[in-house]
Design a protein around this ligand. Sequence first.
Ligand SMILES: C[S@@+](CC[C@H](N)C(=O)[O-])C[C@H]1O[C@@H](n2cnc3c(N)ncnc32)[C@H](O)[C@@H]1O
Length: 379
Amino acid sequence: MALRLRAMRRTLKPTGSIYLHCDPTASHYLKLLMDALYGRKNFRNEIVWHYRRWTAGTKHFQRMHDILLRYTRSDKFMFNLQYEPYGDWIKKDYGYVDKETGKRWRWHTVKGRRYKVVLEDENRGVKLNDVWLINHLGSTSKERLGYPTQKPLALMNRIIKASSNEGDTVLDPFCGCGTTVHAAESLSRQWIGIDISKFSTGLIRDRILHNFKYLNGDDIDLRGTPDSVGEARSLARSDPFEFEKWVCGYIGAEGMFREPGERGADGGVDGVLKFFPVREGKKVKPEYAIVQVKGGNVSPDAVKALHETVRRYEATAGVMVCFSDQLGTVENQRVKATFSDAWGSYPVIQGFSVESLLGDEQLDLPLYGYKRRGAMLGL
Ligand SMILES: C[S@@+](CC[C@H](N)C(=O)[O-])C[C@H]1O[C@@H](n2cnc3c(N)ncnc32)[C@H](O)[C@@H]1O
């Protein structure tokens, strides 16, 4: 950790800030570390990120906060003070309204003398303090991507607005499903995201292209993941599990997040894709496609097994992702059944090549990509 935090200090510009998120079991150790690396005088805030959630424990106070340690690189840091709307108390506190200006005011008494105190800018709100109430994403939140540690955009927006200006660069070295990157793009900042997982990098690419239509694939410089068929083949050979994760992230499927010890025990499911068929007279409801990824040969049995898995999980469709030289087997062995919605009909089982994936082609599924995010199956 110390090495990484030191590397972060090296990349920060003199006016830059770093926010370190941790839970209360580690925050006091990390503060010592940060004091040593960034200097005690550069400690600016300990922010309590407070949220509400259901908790089970009865032997302690309910644990409902995390900590964000805010340090700067130097004492010449930039900071945009943030405001939040006044609560209803303001109407009570500033109980009078000036008929001419429309501004709220109250009486303030000092040493027996009464002064009229005017609330100058009611719309601007109150200066943000260091306790932030921002709830975790609920299970039905539109933001949710199914990534277990996903942070709310509201949290990242606040941090980015406070400590950077448009055009500045934001770096998240553990970027997960890319909430920081998403917030930075929407606030017109430049951004760099780093994550060790190839699932994560692919997912972020998909998230950004889906949410910011003015960007195209070439605008995102993805390093360390395949961008040619040759590189994809070598990843498939050297690390089939990472290859699977990369494919799933890239096409917007939720990976199954198996533990390393569970490798291979995927029950025929490498990922799950959610899509939205439009059926006349019915509410648009999500349906699911099972994704199976093969980095090598596809056997006829594997294609039949995919159909079986689709039936077992009562999914609507199945997608076999493989290299294009294997598509013939998928085509020969797949059931030719289709399903349809108001817009057309689609194969129940389809092959999709890594070559098409790299060419940003779309799968043959209805409203695929609309509200694209992860899916949950009781696997
Ligand atoms: C807590 S998650 C980040 C969640 C993120 N804030 C979001 O909203 O999605 C931590 C991430 O760090 C990544 N990670 C773990 N060790 C890493 C390392 N050594 N280098 C880069 N990333 C790493 C994990 O893959 C994981 O995606």
